[in-house]
Design a protein around this ligand. Structure first.
Ligand SMILES: *[C@@H]1O[C@H](CO)[C@@H](O)[C@H](O)[C@H]1NC(C)=O
Ligand SMILES: *[C@@H]1O[C@H](CO)[C@@H](O)[C@H](O)[C@H]1NC(C)=O
Length: 211
């Protein structure tokens, strides 16, 4: 069952807060975690994560792979202004499917292109979190992708947000399917995004970002 509130978060045509002068637009875009986090945020902190002067739009698509991200962004941009901040949570579905070296090359190219096309839009990369099913090989790939992305984010004056508290051995943070988080898991995930956006919003105002 889709809740109205959730749909509101995902597809709001009307904004809860007027996006007047001084208010910042944030898009949180990516895979199923974004959808689920939008649903959870709708009943906890609210769609705008209780951040002052911030209008947040959520663009989440279940099972989104990295290759679908830029087309999804382009599609979302139709008829809308480029956001001040683009927070990306995508790539988790590619981990273990694509070789990590290939993966970071594609990700780097796409992010550099996004940055070149929209230099004033701050890009934030949400680090790939651990999964419930742990394997040394996947963990190595995950860490590699995250570390390359962190460096890249510095180069494009963006930021990266980590999810160190979402650990595979803390099973109450995951659903049985292993791919999705539990409500408790999403609360941590959302807190981490919120903390990062607080810093990033200050960064946009000062025209610089701290990571
Ligand atoms: C997305 O839009 C940009 C700018 O219009 C364009 O250069 C790029 O090729 C598009 N990418 C995809 C995958 O649609
Ligand atoms: C993520 O959220 C958890 C739970 O609120 C918090 O303990 C942790 O410090 C946060 N981490 C980051 C990097 O924001």
């Amino acid at each position: 069952m889709l809740s109205t509130c959730w749909l509101f978060c995902l597809h709001s045509a009307v904004q809860l807060k007027p996006s007047g002068l001084g208010s910042e637009t944030v898009w949180i875009i990516g895979d199923g975690h974004v959808r689920n986090a939008a649903q959870r945020a709708a009943v906890t902190k609210g769609c705008h994560l209780s951040l002052p002067n911030t209008v947040i739009r959520w663009f989440g698509r279940a099972s989104l792979r990295w290759e679908g991200l830029v087309p999804f962004f382009n599609e979302s941009l139709r008829g809308r202004a480029v956001p001040d901040i683009l927070l990306i949570n995508c790539g988790g579905n590619d981990l273990g499917v694509l070789k990590s070296v290939k993966m970071v090359n594609v990700m780097r190219e796409d992010l550099l292109q996004l940055h070149q096309l929209h230099p004033r839009m701050k890009i934030i990369f949400s680090a790939l979190p651990q999964r419930r099913q742990y394997s040394g090989k996947l963990e190595k790939a995950r860490k590699f992708v995250n570390s390359v992305m962190r460096t890249l984010m510095e180069q494009v004056q963006g930021a990266a947000v980590d999810h160190p508290n979402i650990r595979y051995d803390n099973q109450e943070l995951f659903m049985k399917d292993g791919a999705h988080f539990s409500l408790k898991g999403y609360d941590i995930f959302i807190d981490n995004l919120t903390n990062c956006l607080k810093t990033a919003a200050v960064g946009v105002n000062n025209n610089k970002l701290t990571t």
